[in-house]
Write a protein that binds this ligand. Structure first.
Ligand SMILES: NC(=O)c1ccc[n+]([C@@H]2O[C@H](COP(=O)([O-])OP(=O)(O)OC[C@H]3O[C@@H](n4cnc5c(N)ncnc54)[C@H](O)[C@@H]3O)[C@@H](O)[C@H]2O)c1
Length: 317
């Protein structure tokens, strides 16, 4: 039985990845510092379904603490790493980028250093569509330059990809950076549009739509995101950067239409300006994921939004 160390295991994507790994027969060591970017009780809820699984162990440590991370590697000897721990609030990073540099860049460097010290078969590192900024042709391809992220958060994610490349080059480590595109679904982060809209629409409250509703996002069901993560973990590729998105972008107005249909309501809508760090569009070219990982999304937007709405109804009203 091989051990996978999953950083950020109590978060949105992490808590969707862990059950897949356990079902697939891995032993999982989850790492999370339960930071307060959003309600910590939600993170406790996320891990409840697998917290007492005999093959799951939780380490409440901070990846900025290299000594603690090193101790954990020594004790648990993970063969694989899924590195998801990060601060991921694009707007908050504009106001105060320092925690983003500490958690995302220094934290990732610690993971790479400790993995180098103890040796691992493969690392999957969570990157983001935000690395592309606003000046890349659609659909977004991994071969694009991606040197102009428009948010400090995106800049930290691009930096982690570059460190990963350097560690692959110098130490021969297998690292696949997955550029996740707008995940949504069960255990959704509460500060993301699909969560906020589902909750407000179910409560009969007014929702806000930014920038005239024209901005497009490649909304990707988190079960598909998690499946891509597992596929990448199982296939060491040297060093690769791979988009993980639905490849079927929707404008905010179109997304609202899906919510209205699924919930059976007509939304009360208030306009607000778009944030300066919010990109115009995300749209993943997923040819590389299909070719290298044999992965493609299988959940339609209607099905995925229905699942999100059902989860919000059961857990967040
Ligand atoms: N959700 C998306 O749509 C999306 C899109 C692109 C990229 N990503 C990336 O995917 C990863 C997971 O995102 P998410 O949406 O699940 O976010 P999340 O905030 O729900 O999960 C991140 C988890 O990491 C933990 N964490 C943060 N800093 C830590 C530290 N220093 N030490 C230990 N644990 C720490 C948090 O407590 C949290 O549980 C992140 O790296 C994020 O940048 C997410």
């Amino acid at each position: 039985m091989k051990t996978v160390l999953v950083t950020g295991a109590a978060g949105f994507i992490g808590s969707n990845v862990v059950p897949l790994l356990l079902t697939d027969g891995y032993r999982v060591v989850g790492v999370d510092n339960f930071d307060d970017t959003y309600d910590v009780r939600f993170k406790e809820e996320h891990i409840t379904p697998f917290a007492s699984d005999a093959n799951f162990e939780l380490a409440r440590i901070d990846i900025r603490d290299r000594a603690a991370l090193s101790e954990l590697f020594k004790k648990t000897a993970p063969a694989y790493i899924v590195h998801l721990a990060a601060k991921a609030d694009t707007r908050a990073a504009v106001e105060n980028p320092y925690p983003y540099v500490d958690n995302n860049i220094t934290g990732t460097l610690n993971v790479l250093e400790v993995a180098k010290e103890y040796g691992t078969e493969n690392i999957v590192l969570a990157s983001s569509s935000s690395v592309y900024g606003n000046d890349t042709a659609m659909p977004l391809q991994e071969s694009a330059v991606a040197d102009h992220p428009i948010s400090p958060y995106g800049a930290t994610k691009r930096a982690t990809e570059m460190f990963a490349h350097a560690y692959h080059h110098n130490f021969g480590m297998n690292i696949t950076c997955l550029r996740y595109f707008n995940a949504y679904g069960e255990n959704n982060r509460p500060n993301m549009v699909p969560y906020i809209w589902a909750q407000k629409l179910l409560r009969g409250e007014e929702i806000e739509i930014s920038g005239g509703g024209t901005r497009k996002r490649d909304y990707t069901y988190v079960g598909d995101t998690a499946a891509a993560t597992l596929a990448a973990l199982k296939k060491p590729l040297g060093f690769e950067i791979i988009n993980v998105g639905n490849s079927s972008p929707l404008s905010l107005t179109e997304l609202l239409g899906v919510f209205e249909k699924v919930i059976g309501v007509t939304a009360q809508v208030k306009e607000r300006p778009s944030h300066s760090a919010s990109v115009e569009e995300t749209y993943a070219d997923i040819a590389k994921a299909k070719e290298l990982l044999d992965w493609e999304p299988t959940t339609s937007i209607e099905e995925g939004i229905s699942r999100l709405v059902a989860w919000i109804r059961a857990n967040r009203l």
